[in-house]
Design a protein around this ligand. Structure first.
Ligand code: AR6
Length: 192
């Protein structure tokens, strides 16, 4: 297993930009790398409706968590697109996995719903930190830029409501996504 990455090693966007530690930017980070290493309360999995593992980030999470994760997933009874379900994290550094099902192709309402449903679940279970992969942008073919706009918008909107979440990490896997998130996050919050 790769060494875990603690939250303390991941700066917030506010810290990176030298902005005041208030508002959304002080609760959001962009991390480039393998989501399975993140030592957060929950990592989000980009699952499908069967919630029984697969390729991409789903495969990586199941490999890192071990077979107990699939055993618990078998008990979930699937998950509708735009919804999310929670399991334990087993051998991961994260305590929980939130299995979110994004849409196949560009369907912004369903993608936004997958983000909001994941955040609702985190809040319901009293979790303080959560890391998202770029849901739907791999096998499910959502164009990365459009998906980034929806992801940032959905998280921003959700964070504006009452909640106890202390950190949301956008876990990107390549340089292109990293710059997309930097571009969409900074202007999105200049007035907060
Ligand atoms: N850490 C973080 N991000 C990753 C990792 C990783 N280890 N590996 C890949 N990514 P995808 P989807 C990024 O295809 O499009 C599965 O088979 C990747 O670069 O994993 O929602 C499921 O079982 C991309 O940006 O998820 C479903 O059937 C992003 O994760 C289906 O694929 C999402 O790509 C879900 O497709």
């Amino acid at each position: 297993m790769h060494s875990p990455v603690p939250l303390s090693a991941i700066p917030t966007v506010a810290a990176q930009l030298g902005r005041p530690a208030s508002g959304l930017l002080s609760k959001v980070s962009i991390y480039r790398g393998d989501i399975t290493r993140l030592q957060v309360d929950a990592i989000v999995n980009a699952a499908d409706e069967a919630v029984l593992g697969g390729g991409g980030v789903d495969g990586a999470i199941h490999r890192a968590a071990g077979p107990e994760l699939l055993a618990e997933c078998r008990l979930l009874g699937g998950c509708a697109t735009g919804q999310a379900k929670l399991t334990k994290g087993y051998r991961l550094s994260a305590s929980y996995v939130i299995h979110a099902v994004g849409p196949v192709g560009e369907k912004p309402l369903l993608l936004a719903s997958a983000y909001a449903a994941s955040l609702d679940l985190a809040q319901k279970h009293g979790l303080k930190s959560i890391a998202f992969p770029c849901i739907s942008t791999g096998v499910f073919g959502y164009p990365p830029e459009a998906a980034c706009r929806v992801a940032v918008g959905a998280v921003k909107k959700w964070m504006e409501g009452a909640n106890d979440l202390e950190r949301v990490v956008f876990c990107v896997y390549n340089e292109k996504s990293q710059s997309l998130y930097s571009e969409f996050l900074a202007p999105a919050t200049t007035n907060t």
